[in-house]
Design a protein. Structure first.
Length: 249
């Protein structure tokens, strides 16, 4: 099972999360590419730390919305989104190569992640840009999303992720963060869900419905309070259960 987190989201003198403490707990790191978060030096430091920690680097692509941290949906044209994705991929790939690393997968961020679950037009623009840059690049995303379906049709290796610390609705989508109970806080419960996802490929929704997911990766939020503690607990629980931890990429 892979453990991934979104890292490299600091900007200038503003710090987001504790990346240094997260790296030893992960197998993959989705690194911000400078449009929704991150800056050139942060990208460089994050890719170097990933390389030194033997953690795979992914391009964490978002809308060009630094002020909104990429959490606001933008109605971009196909060409504009195509260009934004290419810009981010090229920037992170160049930085990664400078320190001996490489970009091994892509994962979308925030509003773009949510939008491309169902919006085939936006998903098509993203996939077209990835295809133009690297036809063999792996794509990590939400199970059953338009993004993964289109990426798979285009010949990209696709991988699914799940969330041990998020509440699921019966239809398999996540309970919006704006609603109470969206983020789980009980570490024991989070550990149980992580092991169940990794071993049995299932998770329980808010109404008790058992959902089949069979993820390739578990996402750990690196920008939330207690994220290091949560990541530590999840990794420990998986290791106790005999789950082998390695990157899907």
């Amino acid at each position: 099972m892979d453990l991934n987190a979104d890292l490299g989201e600091s900007f200038g003198t503003w710090t987001m999360g504790d990346d240094a403490a997260m790296f030893p707990l992960l197998t993959s790191a989705s690194v911000a590419c400078g449009l929704h978060a991150g800056d050139p030096v942060t990208m460089l430091d994050t890719c170097r730390a990933a390389y030194e920690s033997d953690v795979r680097v992914g391009a964490h692509l978002g809308y060009p919305d630094m002020a909104g941290f990429g959490l606001r949906a933008l109605d971009m044209t196909f060409d504009d989104l195509f260009g934004a994705v290419l810009y981010q991929l090229g920037a992170l790939d160049g930085v990664a190569h400078a320190v001996g690393a490489s970009v091994d997968y892509i994962k979308l961020h925030g509003a773009l992640y949510d939008r491309t679950v169902r919006d085939a037009e936006q998903a098509s623009a993203v996939v077209a840009a990835i295809q133009a840059y690297d036809p063999g690049l792996a794509v990590l995303g939400f199970p059953g999303s338009a993004l993964l379906g289109i990426a798979q049709e285009a010949g990209h290796p696709v991988f699914t992720e799940a969330f041990a610390d998020r509440a699921y609705l019966p239809d398999g989508t996540l309970l919006p963060r704006s609603q109470d109970g969206a983020m789980l806080e009980d570490l024991g419960r989070i550990q149980e869900r992580a092991v169940r996802l990794a071993v049995e490929g299932e998770v329980e929704a808010v109404d008790g419905t058992v959902l089949r997911i069979e993820p390739h990766s578990l996402c750990i939020h690196g920008d939330t309070p207690g994220s290091v503690e949560t990541a530590t607990a999840i990794r420990a629980a998986l290791e106790r259960a005999g789950v082998e931890l390695e990157s899907f990429a």
